[in-house]
Design a binder for this molecule. Structure first.
Ligand code: ATP
Length: 243
């Protein structure tokens, strides 16, 4: 039992959810390693949402609300860490939820679907087809889900699929603590923030944002500027630590 007043409470709880996810078969062991990479970058952000991340989250809400067919793509880590936050965002934005896994097995798909449903998420189901130009199993998706979407939110994505989705002409929003990853560099919009902080911020913006503000955020969007700001925040943390 981790006491709530522990200075690293949130981080330790997230680790526990990932470990539970590994034990239940939702998270692959490689996913635990990817989580660790995220944690390291979060340290450099001071484990809080920066001003540029908050702007990115509002812009993500604008893209989701303006989309015709919007889908949130969920993998094992995302399901283990943030099932309730995914439910709230899907409700607030009107986006559908589809499971997409790199290490795909029927059992994992079923375990993750059951976990999401138990948390109140409506999950798109059907026969996945190999519709994305990728050689691995992330190519599998639903024809009326990710394949048909004009806007896709892909938290904790790998670079190949992000690139493929962008090449298909989709607006791709990612949440990735590493501003240097191929995903972060390729997406239409990169939110450099921790998943469980980012999702509620996007949900809140979906609930509060008026259409004029959304249009302006989309018109002014510049992903290079967001990535630069994230790197600057990390650089400031390092500089302060060296003083
Ligand atoms: P790429 O293929 O895009 O270069 P990668 O090989 O690092 O990236 P993955 O191993 O799939 O891709 O890792 C997913 C990414 O998710 C990592 O960059 C990591 O920093 C980030 N990440 C992990 N956990 C979280 C989290 N809780 N919140 C936000 N980002 C996270």
């Amino acid at each position: 039992m981790i006491p709530e007043d522990h200075p690293r409470y949130r981080s330790l709880m997230a680790r526990e959810r990932i470990a539970d996810g590994v034990r239940s078969g939702m998270v692959v062991i490689e996913g635990a390693s990817a989580h660790g990479r995220g944690e390291a970058f979060d340290y450099l952000l001071g484990e809080k949402s920066s001003a540029s991340a908050k702007r990115a989250e509002k812009t993500a809400a604008a893209f989701l609300l303006a989309g015709f067919r919007t889908v949130i793509s969920v993998n094992g880590n995302t399901a283990a860490l943030a099932a309730a936050e995914i439910r709230d965002l899907a409700e607030a934005s009107g986006a559908a939820v589809e499971i997409n896994l790199f290490h795909r097995t029927d059992v994992r798909m079923e375990t993750i679907t059951a976990h999401l449903k138990a948390n109140g998420v409506t999950v798109l189901e059907g026969t996945a087809e190999r519709l994305l130009p990728l050689s691995h199993d992330r190519a599998l998706c639903l024809r009326d889900g990710i394949y048909a979407a004009d806007v896709v939110l892909v938290p904790l994505e790998d670079g190949d699929r992000c690139e493929a989705l962008v090449a298909m002409g989709k607006t791709v929003i990612t949440i990735d603590l590493n501003p240097l990853s191929r995903t972060a560099q390729t997406a239409t919009l990169t939110i450099v923030d921790e998943l469980t902080r980012a999702l509620p911020n996007i949900t809140r913006a979906c609930r509060e944002q008026n259409p004029e503000t959304g249009e302006q955020l989309i018109a002014d969007h510049d992903n290079h500027r967001l990535l630069y700001a994230a790197l600057q925040t990390m650089q400031e943390t390092l500089t302060d630590a060296m003083d």
